[in-house]
Ligand binder design. Structure first.
Ligand SMILES: Cc1cc2nc3c(=O)[nH]c(=O)nc-3n(C[C@H](O)[C@H](O)[C@H](O)COP(=O)(O)OP(=O)(O)OC[C@H]3O[C@@H](n4cnc5c(N)ncnc54)[C@H](O)[C@@H]3O)c2cc1C
Length: 370
């Protein structure tokens, strides 16, 4: 590869890196932008996720993280519409909502209702007759059901669409890994890759679970590690249902359009372990079948492992580096990076372009002196 010079070099080719590049290029077509990284790395979170857009089922307090995720959910319809019109790659996106059985959330049922009321979150409680009318496929052991106004996306299609859109807008996608950096004092000048050096005026570290390894090369101690999730995908007759179902330690997420239903997931602190254990997958299916009995007869399409990038405080790390003048971070999106994608892209673009003075303190790299 000949030496290439870019205004902005994004390191990481998941939904986070691609959405930043796509948004930057949309706003300023003159910018020369490169994305570095293996886009189909089998352990990357963006293709391993379930695609649930679930700030209300995931959060219990109205903190800045909840607000950020809620804003992102609200941005999704327009984001998908614009993205697919640029990329011409369709993305399954649904606002059918989530279902939470009371049998799974007995301890927190009242607390959740109060939270939803206080925050004006769209929700309904379905009794037995409503459940039989709207979701007769659920087990009768589920008890009352809470319907919550959230969303669902097929995240592999989202990633495909982002990759196509950024390429179409003229982002250079270099499918090569970064192995080092050339830097002087507080300035990074080049990323060293397996295929040569890539010169940049600014760098964005968006390498998911691998961000800490790359930061180490820059002598930065990024407090982030992978949290492994094992998952599987099942074939159920379609069209069946559009809801995303959340149980205790289990969920069933529709990918639709012939792509079946994703059943997840484990949360394992095992480093970069990529193993898939059939007994774990069987247990996931068993637990899901307690809510959705027909799952027992569904055929298994595939199973996989993916790595969630988790910072020590489980908050994203987004913003300017303190150590390097021309480095930005967007990593640590942990369990909700698909949901955060649109808002994260807008937030990062405003920081990179210098349009936003103050970072959200809870997300700022400065909380770790990075
Ligand atoms: C099992 C599972 C289920 C999930 N479910 C959901 C969900 O339902 N909803 C939700 O919102 N979120 C979910 N998530 C979380 C979400 O997937 C992540 O937060 C998000 O995908 C992170 O995206 P990313 O681009 O930062 O990281 P990744 O997708 O991991 O991408 C990192 C990129 O960095 C690249 N890279 C690595 N090393 C280098 C290097 N040396 N040089 C260059 N590039 C490099 C990789 O190749 C990859 O392209 C889930 C995650 C998992 C694992």
């Amino acid at each position: 590869m000949n030496k290439k010079v870019f205004d902005i070099v994004v390191i990481g080719s998941g939904v986070i890196g691609h959405s930043i590049a796509y948004r930057l290029k949309q706003e300023d077509p003159q910018l020369r932008i490169a994305i570095l990284g293996d886009p189909v790395n089998s352990l990357q979170a963006s293709r391993a996720a379930a695609g649930m857009l679930a700030p209300f089922c995931e959060c219990k307090v109205a903190d800045p993280f909840f607000k950020f995720c809620r804003e992102s959910l609200n941005k999704f319809p327009k984001f998908i519409e614009e993205l697919t019109s640029v990329s011409e790659v369709p993305v399954y996106f649904s606002k059918a909502g989530s279902l939470m059985p009371s049998s799974s959330f007995l301890d927190s049922w009242q607390e959740r209702k109060e939270f939803f009321e206080t925050e004006s979150i769209p929700y309904e409680i379905w009794d037995e007759s409503k459940i039989r009318e709207k979701a007769p496929f659920l087990s009768r052991d589920c008890g009352e059901i809470m319907w919550v106004g959230e969303g669902q996306v097929n995240n592999r299609q989202l990633h495909d669409s982002l990759m196509a859109a950024s390429r179409k807008l003229g982002v250079q996608v270099l499918e090569t890994n970064v192995t080092g950096f050339i830097r002087k004092d507080s300035n990074i000048s080049q990323a060293v890759t397996e295929e040569g050096e890539v010169e940049g005026n600014h760098f964005v570290l968006a390498s998911g679970s691998w961000s800490a390894q790359l930061a180490k090369v820059l002598d930065v101690n990024l407090p982030l590690k992978p949290i492994k999730g094992q998952m599987c995908r099942l074939k159920l007759d379609e069209p069946f249902f559009d809801y995303t179902i959340h149980g205790m330690m289990t969920y069933i997420a529709p990918w639709k359009e012939g792509n079946g239903f994703v059943v997840g997931s484990t949360m394992e602190d095992k480093g970069f372990d990529s193993s898939i254990e059939s007994k774990v997958i069987d247990a996931l299916i068993q637990r899901a079948a307690e809510i959705l009995p027909c799952i027992k007869d569904a055929s298994l399409i595939e199973s996989w492992t993916g790595l969630r990038p988790a910072a020590n405080d489980l908050m994203p790390i987004m913003g300017r580096s303190e150590r390097y003048k021309n480095l930005f971070y967007s990593s640590g999106h942990y369990r909700n990076g698909i949901l955060q994608t649109p808002n994260q892209a807008d937030y990062m673009v405003s920081i990179i372009k210098g349009l936003r003075e103050n970072e959200i303190p809870e997300f700022s790299p400065s909380r770790y002196n990075l």
